[in-house]
Ligand binder design. Structure first.
Ligand SMILES: Cc1ncc(COP(=O)(O)O)c(C=O)c1O
Length: 429
């Protein structure tokens, strides 16, 4: 029986438990998607400027066909021989630098990061992990402790192995060549070594997306990577959000940041919504992990997942979507800059390719975050048929991260609507 929207909200709490999260004050009931568009239960159409998982577009025909074809043929685990995973891994690793040639496939980004941290432990014999203080790397017992917003009393005591450094913030604390960041990482490494935990790895999103995607110059992570290597630790790049051409200029954000990581973790956009993640490293690192931990993943790398993931790579190439990301990204930022000339509340405009946004402030001089105002804007945009979100330490940065087929025309609709919403929303009330 079809439930009303009100009944769905009540039944979510009843069946999924209290405090299950939803987006928006007035939650959306989406029933269909196609390309960059979504439709709600009443048939209203929304422009999706937020969802990065349907990377090559909602219900992309190539991906749907690949899943359907493989699901009607065979789906089983990787203890039987199957060429699908081999073809996929060959094509995936061809997009990365040479040492990154071996892969463990998982079902989520969390699993991938969990493995990456355990790899660092098996390679170095140490357990100290460094991350930024405004990040998110997933939901397992181990990696959930990398989110500083977690309740400190929870987590089986695993947080004893973690140290945090301030996330880069190009707007409030510029660090043009990354030296200040490298210095705080070096400080934490020294402390981990002194206290006896030892240093195993630094894990970062190379575009610091959850941290608010600060504007960092190409090669910015270079000096930090040097510090990590010298200390004998692994450099882990979490490309769960930043990868697969999202940033437009490069296939991988670590390339833009000027480094070849020891381990790369993948997820979200990898198979357009089919649950697929991966850890990429060299064969020795993956071998060390498998010697240290007996590892098997029932669903990771199954033939249907690999077919879906392969279709994403094919579609990116066939539709030239990374070039589109670069091109539309430049247009979007110029539209945002024009709005910044009109509205004082836009303190900073930034992004790369199809991840872009603006930081909202109460005052350009003090840069005080306009967090409540940003929330109001997001909710008003939803009522105007535009889906986007907010992020960053103060939750005052508009987060715009649409599917990769997003066009300049789509961007114009987004910014014309944002212009009208900003004109009608007082900064304080
Ligand atoms: C950077 C980053 N890493 C890892 C994860 C976890 O991925 P998953 O939800 O697939 O476990 C997320 C999810 O938001 C993420 O943003």
């Amino acid at each position: 029986m079809a439930r009303s929207t009100k009944a769905i909200i009540a039944d979510r709490a009843r069946l999924l438990g209290p405090n299950v999260s939803t987006f928006y004050d007035d939650p959306l009931h989406i029933v269909r998607g196609e390309g960059v568009w979504l439709w709600d239960a009443k048939g209203r159409k929304y422009l999706d400027c937020y969802n990065n998982v349907p990377h090559v577009g909602h219900c992309n025909p190539r991906v749907v066909e690949a899943i359907t074809r493989q699901a009607s043929m065979l789906n089983t685990h990787t203890r039987y021989l199957h060429e699908g995973i081999l073809d996929y891994v060959e094509r995936l690793t061809a997009t990365m630098a040479e040492p990154l040639d071996t892969v463990i496939m998982t079902c989520t980004g969390s699993e991938a990061n969990d493995i990456a941290l355990r790899m660092a432990e098996t390679v170095t014999g140490k357990r100290g992990i460094i991350a930024t203080d405004a990040t998110y790397h997933g939901n397992t017992s181990l990696v959930s402790q990398l989110s500083t917003s977690n309740v400190p009393s929870m987590g089986f005591g695993l947080d004893q192995f973690f140290r945090f450094v301030p996330a880069p913030d190009s707007y409030r604390a510029p660090d043009p060549d990354g030296t200040a960041f490298a210095n705080v990482v070096a400080q934490q490494i020294a402390e981990l070594e002194t206290e006896g935990t030892g240093f195993a790895a630094l894990v970062v999103c190379p575009y610091f997306l959850n941290e608010g995607f600060p504007s960092l110059s190409p090669g910015w992570l270079n000096v930090t990577a040097e510090v990590v290597r010298k200390a004998g630790g692994l450099m882990i790049c979490d490309e769960v959000q930043s990868g697969f051409g999202r940033i437009g200029s490069h296939f991988w954000a670590h390339d833009k940041m000027g480094i070849v990581p020891d381990v790369v973790t993948l997820g979200k956009p990898m198979a357009n919504g089919h649950p697929v993640g991966a850890v990429v490293a060299n064969g020795d690192t993956i071998g060390a992990f498998r010697r240290g931990y007996r590892y098997f993943n029932t669903f990771g790398g199954n033939p249907v997942s690999c077919a879906a993931a392969m279709a994403v790579l094919e579609e990116l190439e066939a539709q030239d979507l990374i070039a589109n990301s670069a091109d539309v990204g430049v247009h979007a930022q110029s539209r945002l800059q024009s709005l910044a000339q009109k509205y004082e509340c836009i303190g900073d405009v930034r992004g790369s390719g199809l991840i872009f946004g603006a930081e909202m402030v109460l005052d350009r001089g003090s840069k005080e975050p306009a967090s409540a105002f940003t929330d109001k804007i997001i909710n008003k945009m939803r009522h105007e048929g535009i889906i986007l979100s907010k992020l960053g330490r103060h939750k005052n940065a508009l987060k715009i991260r649409p599917p990769m087929p997003f066009s300049k025309e789509n961007a114009n609709l987004l910014f014309d609507t944002l212009d009208a919403v900003l004109a009608n929303t007082p900064l304080t009330s």
